[in-house]
Design a protein around this ligand. Structure first.
Ligand code: BTN
Length: 314
């Protein structure tokens, strides 16, 4: 058994109540000293394990670490945690070149967080900064669905935390302010991938959620879960994000309907800023691949990418 397997087996045994060291050693067929060492390792990783008269007891899991996020996670990702890292997306890219798959890179703080369109992304300690690296069997044309799946996953987890999160096309998660389509941004996504024209080799979906942070310390126009509803248990929160993301990526057909249900952009007057020129009109729908359908003075137009601005009604 590897160290990880032994630790997992110990946690499984502890889930059903206290177990003594000798019992663990016997059932896992390792020495008592090995059990003692692994229990120490688990404590270091943030598992609160007490030793009482009936044996070891797992009393709480409150820390935010790789092993604690993996514990109880109902999605097939291993978790690589960093207290501080430049960018979880950059780290995911590095892991991709080493051949890794199904890894969630998680950080408490990013010192060089990256946003869309070459923008910087402010990522202080207390947020949920995570990049999921996978090797899906999809075409590059389907990749935007992965990004939409991530925005639905984040919005649903934020809603479970008691905040009225909605999605602004294509994939910003925002909190509406008033009735005119105004909002404050609470989460964003940066997807990076590599592949050929007909095959994705790997995709890294980077999700940034302003969780336990004061909005004051973020750029203008941002809000946080703390400001809207109070702090979340980040371990349970990121587990929900990863589980929802996993469910939607495995059922790509359900992504657009779920996205539509949460969209703030539909029914809005919008301006899409594109290299090929601006489009102004009313956003009326999204297509099966996630492109925005806009009712303009020149008829219906479909845009698959661009910066979207919500305009005041005329
Ligand atoms: C945006 O709205 O512009 C996208 C922001 C994406 C931020 C996340 S945080 C985790 C991951 N690592 C990064 O460097 N960026 C993404």
């Amino acid at each position: 058994m590897t160290t990880n397997e032994t630790r997992r087996a110990i946690l499984e045994a502890l889930a059903d109540g206290p177990v003594s060291g000798p019992e663990l050693a016997e059932s896992l067929d390792v020495s008592r000293a090995a059990i003692w060492k692994q229990i120490d390792g688990l404590r270091d990783a943030g598992f609160e394990i007490e030793s009482g008269p009936t044996g070891y007891e797992l009393v709480a899991v409150t820390a935010y670490t790789g092993p604690t996020v993996e514990y109880g996670l109902e999605a097939p990702f291993s978790v690589e945690y960093h207290d501080s890292v430049g960018s979880t997306n950059a780290r995911a890219r590095e892991l991709a070149t080493e051949g890794a798959a199904d890894v969630a890179v998680l950080a408490d703080e990013q010192t060089g967080g990256r946003g869309r369109l070459e923008r910087a992304w402010s990522a202080p300690s207390g947020g949920v900064w995570v990049s999921v690296l996978t090797r899906p069997e999809i075409t590059p044309a389907q990749a935007p669905l992965y990004t939409l799946a991530a925005s639905v996953a984040m919005a649903r987890a934020i809603r479970e935390a008691g905040v009225d999160a909605r999605i602004k096309w294509p994939n910003d998660v925002v909190i509406p302010v008033g009735e005119d389509g105004d909002y404050r941004k609470i989460a964003g996504i940066l997807t990076e991938m590599e592949g050929e024209t007909d095959r994705v080799e790997w995709i890294a979906v980077g999700m940034g959620i302003n969780a336990n942070i004061d909005a004051e310390s973020l750029p203008e126009g941002a809000t946080t879960i703390r400001d809207e509803a109070g702090d979340v248990d980040r371990r349970l929160f990121v587990q929900r994000v990863l589980e929802e993301f996993d469910a939607y990526r495995n059922d790509l057909e359900s992504v657009v309907p779920a996205w539509r249900d949460l969209a703030l952009t539909l029914g809005q007057r919008v301006r899409i800023d594109r290299a090929a020129g601006d489009i102004v009109g009313e956003a009326v729908d999204v297509t099966a691949s996630g492109a925005l359908v806009i009712d303009t003075d020149e008829g219906e137009q479909i845009v698959s990418a661009g910066d979207c601005e919500h305009l005041r009604p005329v």
